[in-house]
Write a protein that binds this ligand. Structure first.
Ligand code: GDP
Ligand code: IMO
Ligand code: MG
Length: 421
């Protein structure tokens, strides 16, 4: 049986914390897409750690953590992260496994990411510049190198051949970058990664499933950044939605049970692209400050706004969400009024579906207002003790989405999660 936890907005919904919390109920925690563009924050005791490549179940010594074939892997980031978790006593040689089909991010992929962004001028995506797009392009273009290739005697030749293709492309972009340092780190890290558990991910996970083990698939980014269904072209380069679980791990769709979607109680986006409910005023500034909304990967300030139920409804539909976890409810504690977007106005006409090419349309959000709870909820541990104003807000969301909010996260701490029965 496989359950999935994934983001319903534009990323940074708090997936890391929620995966870490639920990991205790599973045997395997598996990343199925994305790469080091992800930044998943969790707290071990009072110590904060941000994971980019390693699944968020790594702090549970008895759990298997799998980097699936759908991920793109930066070996340099992985090595650094392995060293960071080792300081918490984690032995990655015991509980971290990597599919041999996982594609590698090369130093020249990072350079190509930069060159591509520069070439876009005003229309840049706001990529994290981790080489994600170029690495996935080499996968679908059938050029890429995979983790399994590291073990082949001709890896160096394969590497040089692909690197030369990249250098030509960089030349076409008229872009130069000294990658000597990156390459040195890349080859040092390869030696390290070769010492980890490199396995056939699809047989590995299916044998575990056949033996009755429970898998939790951990999404990266968010549904509105999905390469097919997000706000294209302002998206990432993978399927962040539940469909990506099957192709990113090698499991059959009927093995999937619960799809747990994470949303903030408001909304954020980092990078460019449409964001109908964005607040470019003091309320937006307040959310950014109170929510500490600065990117976990790049440190960039996140754009902030009200919760967008039109986009959330779309994300629930595409993913088949069965339960919702609403995070950062505590950030709204001191607000006297809350707004919820439940339709868009397009040329004065009300629409409730996410339109094609939102970036080319002039969309106005239409809001329903709610009274804020104006109470500190961060120490409340039972839903019955939550303020009535919060319950009214949640009920509206439940009704609109037709999927229940089953948990409220009311602080960054591991145990700050309130179940709604
Ligand atoms: P992810 O990429 O989805 O894992 O999310 P990030 O780690 O990038 O960003 C979420 C941020 O919110 C992190 O700093 C978390 O520690 C923090 N966080 C998660 N849940 C809560 C919550 O309920 N309340 C507060 N105040 N912070 C939270
Ligand atoms: P987690 O897993 C938020 C955004 C970037 C950019 C776009 C494309 O922490 O939620 P890319 O580097 O993939 O080429 O960037 O996607 N982006 C994220 N935004 N959280 C993330 O991951 C993101 N990963 C990529 O800001 O707009
Ligand atoms: Mg993040």
């Amino acid at each position: 049986m496989v359950d999935v936890i994934l983001g319903l907005q534009w990323g940074d919904e708090g997936k890391g914390k929620i995966v870490d919390y639920f990991a205790k109920n599973y045997d395997v925690i598996a990343r199925f897409q994305g790469g080091p563009n992800a930044g998943h924050t969790l707290y071990v005791g009072d110590k904060k750690i941000v994971l980019h490549q390693i699944p968020s179940g790594i702090f549970h010594a008895d759990k298997i953590n799998l980097i699936g074939n759908g991920v793109v892997l930066d070996v340099v980031t992985l090595r650094k992260e392995c060293n960071a978790v080792a300081e918490f006593g984690v032995d990655v040689t015991k509980n971290l496994f990597i599919s041999e089909r996982t594609h590698l991010i090369l130093p020249t992929h990072r350079a190509l990411d930069k060159a591509s962004e520069l070439s876009k001028g005003q229309d840049k995506i706001g990529s994290t510049l981790k080489g994600i797009g170029p690495a996935y392009m080499d996968k679908t273009g059938r050029n890429g190198l995979r983790v399994g290739d590291l073990l082949q005697p001709d890896f160096l030749q394969q590497y040089e051949s692909l690197k030369n293709k990249h250098l030509q492309l960089l030349n076409n972009f008229n872009f130069e970058e000294d990658i000597t340092q990156w390459e040195q780190e890349f080859f040092e890290s390869i030696q390290f990664v070769k010492g980890l558990n490199i396995i056939n991910g699809e047989y590995f996970i299916n044998k575990l499933l056949n033996n009755g083990k429970k898998v939790l698939a951990e999404g990266a980014q968010g549904s509105m950044l999905d390469v097919d269904f997000g706000t294209f072209p302002f998206v990432t380069s993978s399927n962040t939605t539940s469909a990506g679980v099957c192709s990113g791990l090698g499991i059959a769709p009927q093995k999937i049970k619960d799809i747990i979607g994470i949303t903030k109680a408001y909304c954020t986006r980092v990078g460019s692209g449409p964001f109908p409910t964005e607040l470019l005023d003091e309320t937006g500034d307040f959310l950014r400050k109170a929510g500490n909304e600065f990117g976990s990967t790049t440190g960039r300030p996140r754009r902030c706004g009200w919760i967008d139920l039109v986009a959330l409804h779309f994300a629930c539909m595409i993913n088949g969400v069965t339960k919702i976890v609403m995070t950062k409810a505590d950030i709204l504690d001191s607000m006297t009024e809350l707004k919820v977007c439940d339709s868009y106005l397009l040329n004065g006409e009300k629409i409730t579906e996410v339109p094609y090419q939102m970036n080319r349309l002039s969309i106005e959000p239409a809001y329903t207002s709610f009274k804020g709870w104006n109470t500190d909820v961060s120490k409340v541990s039972a839903y019955a003790d939550m303020p009535q104003e919060m319950k009214t807000y949640i009920n509206h969301i439940n009704q609109f989405l037709g999927v229940p909010v089953s948990y409220i996260s009311n602080g960054p701490g591991r145990e700050q999660l309130v179940s709604i029965n």
